[in-house]
Design a protein around this ligand. Structure first.
Ligand code: 5HC
Ligand code: ZN
Length: 159
């Protein structure tokens, strides 16, 4: 008889999003994303980080202060990185697993890339206008939104 405690597709892909987030250098919020085809094949992954060539050590990671002294104008979000990182194939009808609900800028990129479903973990910025704008666009564009249902499964990986 086959094993019974294998990971579900949702656990597997959300797990990969969380593992990817562990690559982030952001001291306050680490985000990971995993894009998957209709056939459950992984098309791309990403996490939030500075653009290629912009040194993690020289760029600011602060949240407050003079805008140009904060991370905000520079950091590339996990979802955008995942969209840009795919090496081949189209993202049409794909779905994206993301550990934090997408901002309005990523929402535009998600819609334009043809992704049809967003499975998200945390929604800690739900009360911001950015996330309200995201939800408005996703709803108008027919992108399905689904909150990831936590199964409370603990996966320990010794590295
Ligand atoms: N969906 C998202 N994907 C992301 O990759 N991010 C990134 C941008 C920043 O590096 C960090 C948020 O920083 P903070 O404001 O929570 O300290 O997470 C943020 C969001 C939230 O919209
Ligand atoms: Zn974003």
């Amino acid at each position: 008889m086959k094993r019974q405690d294998y990971l579900s597709w949702d656990e597997y892909f959300m797990g990969i999003a969380h593992l990817s987030a562990r690559r982030s250098k952001d001291p306050s919020t680490q985000v990971g994303a995993c894009i998957v085809s209709e056939e459950n094949k992984i098309l791309s992954v990403g996490y939030n980080g500075m653009p290629t060539g912009c040194s993690d050590d020289d760029m600011p990671w602060d949240r407050e202060g003079d805008f140009l002294e904060t991370k905000y104008p520079f950091v590339c979000h996990a979802e955008l990185n995942a969209i840009l990182n795919r090496s081949t194939g189209s993202l049409k009808n794909a779905r994206i697993y993301v550990s934090l609900f997408p901002c309005n800028e990523c929402a535009k990129a998600i819609i334009q890339s043809g992704i049809k479903e967003v499975i998200y973990g945390d929604d800690k910025y739900a009360d911001t206008d950015g996330v309200r704008a995201s939800k408005k666009m996703f709803n108008m564009a027919g992108v399905k939104l689904r909150r990831y249902e936590n199964t409370n499964r603990l996966v320990k990986i010794e590295l």
